[in-house]
Design a protein around this ligand. Structure first.
Ligand code: NG6
Ligand code: CA
Length: 516
């Protein structure tokens, strides 16, 4: 997908609007000392069937399962989109990504997609009095649109300009250059004598690429991913310099989990909001040697074990600091599962009957439900009763729901597609949102038991990843209550429902906002 950047002008214009001034505290500052800490653990490409509390039998995820056992497990929770950048954009802004140009899968040198001045999830938490941090995968662009992005000096705007007090980032993804960490505004460990240069066009520098020197690779690409070789793995994009700053994939999970637990430790005496965004289980799947071979499912399964370990570290830190009782921990995933996403890592060969999508059809990139229906478990012992919920909820709802929790009032244009589903998140109600637009290339609408997928001319399959995309030139209608696997298109039997769903989707598009 080709990224398009917001023009400098529209960027400055929206930044100048300072929409964030609209957030009004409905309580006196500091009056509510009982607000919980909030930790969102955001896994990458983890499917509905990839964890044992959602039915996986070939792999065990005891720490993720523990959140569910001590809290609430959702069976009808969704990421806003079927890929990373748009899901994260929507989760942090409360706006459907398909409304905003330039929110497709971002390049490694994409400029910042979320304009400073907007009301965002971290800004809500910051205004509520929390120390806010993001650790891990970013993939929402950095630096001002239309301006050069220099990895060797201070980078702005970045997360610190949209509501985060602290960041430690994988700037884009593990499979995209630059393969370095960014802490606040600077690349970590950079030697100024060895400046970083990055290119997503022409080759840059004289380091070998996967295309020309496959003999140097420890993991080979299956599609794409054949440019600069970093740590024996060829990536998307070219990179030169920054040798001392480059990450080691095998240590990545421990590095970012350490930064996440440090953040918790440093802020243990005040309320905090942590967005911990894991690299696992995205490609390249190169877990630490202590997990290698442990799942029996190859690197993809081993990465799931590593992910679960990291979740355990977060839980253990909260417990050690006596913070578990009043911390809301939410664990979920940015989009559905993919098995071969561009590296020959034996994920296909070693699947051994494991079903990453569980009972769902499709996967990452797909309009079918496996693209966006994801695991979501949460725990807040002080407030949330244990249980199971089939309420329709989406990560896009975090902004309005946490604003409600912290008594902040959103004005009309804030988080325009974020619904307050707090009562569902707190297990006080079984009702979630009224309807939800799901986004792959194509839009779908879920309302009640019905799912409508709008007609689309796109390809039926993504052959590289072997996933059905859900595109069909005819309208599709599925009865999710009786056909969760979307096997029977009943559009022809229910033309009235199709008409109504299509009309509602058209209205949602036209009105530009859906928040009640
Ligand atoms: C695709 C990449 C895939 C992955 C994805 C983004 C190729 C051939 N495929 O373009 O490997 O990086 O983008 O994944 O380059 S996401 O989870 O960050 O959306
Ligand atoms: Ca993803």
């Amino acid at each position: 997908m080709k990224p398009s950047y917001l023009s400098r002008r529209s960027f400055m214009k929206s930044a100048g609007l300072a929409a964030a001034a609209a957030l009004v505290p409905a309580r006196l500052w500091g009056a509510d000392t009982n607000l919980p800490n909030v930790v969102i653990i955001y896994a990458d490409d983890l499917g509905y069937g990839d964890v044992s509390c959602y039915g996986a039998t070939k792999i065990r995820t005891p720490n993720i399962d523990r959140i569910a056992a001590e809290g609430l497990r959702f069976t009808n929770a969704h990421s806003p989109s079927a890929t990373c950048t748009p899901s994260r954009y929507a989760m942090l802004t409360g706006q459907y990504a398909w409304r905003q140009k330039g929110t497709g899968i971002a390049r490694g040198d994409a400029r910042m997609i979320i304009q400073p001045g907007r009301t965002t999830l971290p800004l809500v938490m910051q205004r509520a009095g929390h120390r806010t941090g993001v650790v891990g995968k970013w993939h929402l662009g950095l630096g001002a649109p239309g301006e050069p992005l220099d990895w060797n000096s201070e980078i702005r705007p970045g997360p610190l300009d949209i509501g985060f007090d602290y960041c430690f980032l994988i700037p884009a993804t593990g499979d995209r250059v630059p393969c370095v960490y960014l802490e606040n505004r600077r690349v970590v460990g950079l030697d100024p004598k060895d400046p970083i240069r990055v290119s997503f066009g022409k080759p840059i520098g004289d380091e070998p690429t996967g295309k020309d020197h496959p003999e140097l690779l420890k993991m080979h690409p299956s599609h794409g991913h054949n440019q600069t070789i970093i740590n024996g793995i060829s990536r998307i994009g070219y990179m030169a310099g920054g040798k001392a700053a480059r990450w080691v994939d095998e240590d990545m999970a421990d590095t970012i989990t350490g930064k996440a637990t440090d953040f918790i430790e440093k802020n243990k005496d005040k309320p905090f909001f942590l967005y911990f965004s894991t690299h696992d289980i995205h490609v390249p799947r190169v877990p630490h040697p202590r997990f290698v071979g442990k799942s029996g499912l190859g690197p993809r399964g081993d990465a799931i074990l590593q992910l679960d370990f990291c979740v355990g570290e977060i839980l253990a830190t909260l417990e050690r600091l006596n913070l578990a009782e009043n911390t809301l921990v939410i664990f979920t995933s940015d989009n559905g599962p993919v098995v071969d996403d561009g590296y020959k890592d034996q994920a296909v060969e070693k699947l051994s009957g494991h079903k990453p999508a569980g009972p769902l059809r499709g996967g990452k990139y797909s309009a079918f439900d496996a693209g966006t229906r994801v695991p979501l478990v949460l725990r807040w012992p002080a407030r949330v009763k244990k249980g199971l919920s089939d309420a329709l909820v989406c990560q896009i709802d975090f902004t309005a729901s946490l604003a409600a929790l912290t008594s902040l009032k959103l004005v009309r244009d804030d988080a325009p597609d974020s619904f307050n589903v707090l009562s569902a998140l707190l297990a006080e109600s079984s009702a979630g949102r009224d309807h939800l637009v799901e986004h792959a290339g194509t839009l779908s609408l879920i309302k009640g038991d019905w799912k409508y997928i709008e007609p689309s001319k796109g390809p039926k399959m993504n052959r590289n990843v072997n996933i059905e995309l859900g595109n069909d030139p005819r309208p599709q209608l599925y009865d999710l209550r009786n056909d969760l696997g979307e096997k029977h298109n009943v559009a022809a039997e229910h033309p009235d429902v199709v008409t109504k769903m299509a009309a509602l989707l058209a209205k949602i598009r036209k009105e530009g906002r859906t928040r009640p």
